[in-house]
Design a protein around this ligand. Sequence first.
Ligand code: AOF
Ligand code: ZN
Length: 369
Amino acid sequence: MTGKPPLLHSLTKSDRDFMSLALHLGRRGLGRVAPNPAVGCVITKQGKIIGRGWTQPGGRPHAETEALLQAGTEAEGAKVYVTLEPCAHHGQTGPCAEALIKAGVSEVHVALKDPDARVAGRGIEMLEAASIVVALYEDDINILAAELNSGFLTLQHLKRPMVTLKIATDQNGMMRTPPGQDRQITGTLAQRRMHLMRAEHDVILVGRGTVEADNPSLNCRLPGLGSQSPMPAVATSQKTLPDDYVLSGHPDLILLNDISPLNMLKKLGQKGFTRVLLEGGPRLAKAFLNDNCVDEIVHFQSPNDFKDTSWPPEQSDLQLMGIENMSSQTKYSLSRLEIWSTDIANTVAAKEDAKDNVFFYRRVRPHFD
Ligand code: AOF
Ligand code: ZN
């Protein structure tokens, strides 16, 4: 950077709206672009959108080249909104910063700097050296861009993927239903929301106990999004999984033999994964929580109450994990609440207007700043 002050003071509402759109476009890549970040790009001229792009499956082409392709020669003199600093290195194609310069754009708004050592400020330098006005955002949009790319940033800084712990419980903090009662914890809509989370992660990780108890397939079962299923991984001390499980037939199944959560994550990081969804087993979840390896907790809390004289056991699953009282702890803060109506067919002892609440907790301070 040449040390110029960022253009924050002159940003208009439409600047923010176009950047928000770029962030939404970037989100389309989550779960399908690792090890790359999921970047979005919008190109405008005289207030009209002339190009939109996002990082493509597998990580290439990049967002900017996609948007430039749409804009064509109109890109000359245009404004560009991109959620991550344009790259400065030669990959399969030339640097995005170079492509923007060649297209003759006049202004580039950047939501977040790229920490990749091959870029790290050089993309912005290249643009400024070509007399393009660069606005580097520093406010809430910068935070949203960091959230969108928390997987990529975590891998860059900590050499491990980010971890989202997903838990679904009834009113009593139980992740399981009483023995012999084959019921769903949450309703259909909340389950679909869970499947969207699967689509937005690279890997889904469960413990061996969960495989034995549930024989899960761990794929994304939203219509049209099956191909966005995450890679399944099982934490187990065994070298193989017996043939009788659905997952055994998965061609890319990952078995993680390490006991330490951090070692498991480093292995996944070496494979280039950026986003891991931790989905199964209170014991595995506890180990990850104890070792400070959970970055986000998503708690689906259903209105169901499965309590009877023999259930739940003395200790609920939330107690077992040490997170029964999220509001009084200081490590995570509530970042979002979603409410999904639940279908009555699956609801035990709940009122007609019963809802599934989904609490999103985020680590108060990431490990890196
Ligand atoms: C951009 N736009 O859409 C993305 C970027 O392996 P490569 O050559 O694709 O480079 C990967 C790096 O490029 C990645 O680590 C990050 O620094 C940047 N990703 N950059 O300008 C994009 N996905
Ligand atoms: Zn690029």
